[in-house]
Ligand binder design. Structure first.
Ligand SMILES: Nc1ncnc2c1ncn2[C@@H]1O[C@H](COP(=O)(O)OP(=O)(O)OP(=O)(O)O)[C@@H](O)[C@H]1O
Ligand SMILES: [Mg+2]
Length: 470
């Protein structure tokens, strides 16, 4: 019974010789394929067209080379012009083997010589189907990869930004991306890399705020074994790791002054020196920096070097906050719902009209990241195909919730007194505490760390541990 409900693979057999059509049809049907037959190229194309209208495609086309009217080679050409064409296997008589070989050069998957030998026919069809599946899988993977960093938004501001990205990606110029927390600076940086000539090379992210001051040099430039306490092994730095690709210096405003001088030198000379080493190593990188701080003001305050500012700010790109482009909210929300569904292999939920209306009025101090967290949280509460206003309100009720609980951290943020062990209690109270403090500071990690009197890098570790960074 199961056999009947499963969609069978379709083989389209095209031949003007009725005996060959019948023989192939019997053989293939016996193997479990569904067989469509056509007496001419014209008939084959008409059939493909008609079936496409019904949402059905041939898995493989087997076609005779010599036929009156549209012959096999012309049919091959016409099929290859269709979107996602099926593989085409040519059937040739002894006299037209040369034509069949020529057809291979025009994209035929293979050719079979008459008289047809059953086993060869089946092996050839299986190979063509397998190849087709691989191609489809590759295309799917590429779509997923592309989708991961797709810059969503049709507002004039986003269209302008996408234009700028396309333009700037082709050049090697340094780019400084500014924008509020969660506005999409990293997405922009990834797009610059993926749309440019270095897309095949590495993309290395350095979160300058998350590295303790005393380690930043060794993180950036690497170190030799034994160069300082704790340097038990030689290690290559981020500059070297990005060779041939892009180095993304995130939260550049948090880089200590001493490190700034060394970064500037590395960028000007295209060379780095590992800590504890005396020889230089050439690096070929493109640098993209990002900050949510006002770097010009930092220059005024002498916490950021003017020369490094100029070196990084060759092309400034500003990512507008979400509240300046509210029209992007529905598309972004849909994008996140599709991503969520992809992860679990189910159909994406949609937002009710009331939920969308509620979102349109929201200010999003935490920008796109906040929207994503909000959607993920509401999705956890929803159980039908639609997310309603109730699910949204449940999340919004928890306050401004910059880091609204995502599926992963709901457990960590539960009421601490429900913990069963002391360890669990400590974890859940800590998570709750940091989430609250982050919310109070609109998701600004640097400010939260200052107010809590903690090292920024230490706070980052905690946030990562409790999955509070989004
Ligand atoms: N235009 C966009 N299209 C699709 N996804 C986006 C867009 N902008 C942001 N996002 C998503 O929102 C989240 C936050 O974006 P991103 O990390 O790029 O922000 P950011 O500006 O670097 O934040 P932070 O200041 O905290 O470093 C990510 O999950 C990202 O994929
Ligand atoms: Mg970022």
């Amino acid at each position: 019974m199961a056999e009947d409900t499963r969609q069978r693979t379709v083989i389209l057999v095209v031949d003007d010789d009725g005996d060959i059509r019948t023989a192939l049809e019997m053989l293939l049907a016996y193997e479990g394929y569904e067989v469509w037959t056509a007496r001419s190229g014209e008939e084959a194309l008409a059939r493909l067209e008609r079936e496409r209208g019904a949402g059905r495609e041939a898995g493989v086309v087997l076609t005779d080379v010599k036929m009156p009217g549209i012959d096999g080679v012309e049919l091959l050409g016409a099929i290859r012009e269709r979107p996602e064409p099926p593989p085409v296997v040519m059937i040739s008589g002894h006299a037209d083997v040369a034509t069949a070989v020529d057809a291979m050069q025009r994209g035929a998957a293979n050719f079979l010589e008459k008289p047809l030998e059953e086993n060869r026919v089946l092996v050839t069809i299986r190979a063509a189907l397998r190849e087709r599946q691989l191609i489809a899988e590759n295309a799917g993977l590429r779509r997923q990869l592309g989708g991961r960093w797709e810059l969503i938004g049709e507002s004039p501001a986003m269209q302008r930004l996408r234009d700028q990205v396309a333009h700037v990606a082709a050049s090697e110029a340094a780019v400084l991306i500014t924008g509020e927390n969660g506005s999409g600076k990293e997405v922009v940086a990834r797009n610059l890399h993926l749309a440019g000539p270095r897309r095949g090379g590495p993309f290395v992210t350095v979160n300058c705020a998350a590295i303790p001051d005393e380690l930043i040099e060794s993180e950036l430039f690497g170190h030799e074994k034994g160069s300082f306490t704790g340097a038990v092994d030689r290690r290559i730095g981020h500059f070297e790791a990005a060779h041939g690709g892009t180095l993304f210096l995130d939260e550049i405003g948090d880089m200590p002054l001493a490190a700034q001088a060394k970064v500037l030198r590395a960028l000007e000379t295209h060379e780095v020196m590992r800590v504890g080493d005396s020889k230089t190593i050439g690096v070929d990188i493109r640098v993209i920096a990002a900050t949510n701080a006002d770097l010009a003001a930092a220059v005024e305050e002498k916490t950021f070097r003017l020369d490094l500012f100029y070196r990084l700010n060759v092309v400034p790109l500003r990512v507008p906050p979400l509240r300046e482009r509210r029209e992007d909210v529905p598309r972004l929300a849909e994008h996140f719902l599709v991503q969520l569904a992809d992860r679990t292999g189910r159909r994406p939920r949609s937002l009710s009209a009331a939920a969308l209306e509620r979102l349109a009025k929201f200010d999003f101090p935490g920008n796109v990241r906040q929207l994503r967290n909000l959607i993920e949280g509401a999705d956890v509460f929803a159980d039908g195909p639609e997310i309603g206003i109730e699910e949204l309100e449940q999340i919004l009720a928890n306050g401004p919730a910059i880091s609204a609980p995502s599926g992963a951290n709901v457990a960590n943020c539960e009421e601490p007194f429900h913990a069963e062990t002391f360890e669990q209690f400590k974890d859940s109270s800590e998570a709750l505490f940091f989430r609250r403090k982050l919310d109070e500071n609109e998701g600004n990690v640097k400010r939260t760390a200052e107010r809590l009197g903690m090292q920024r890098s230490h706070l980052y570790k905690k946030l990562d541990r409790y999955d509070l960074r989004g």
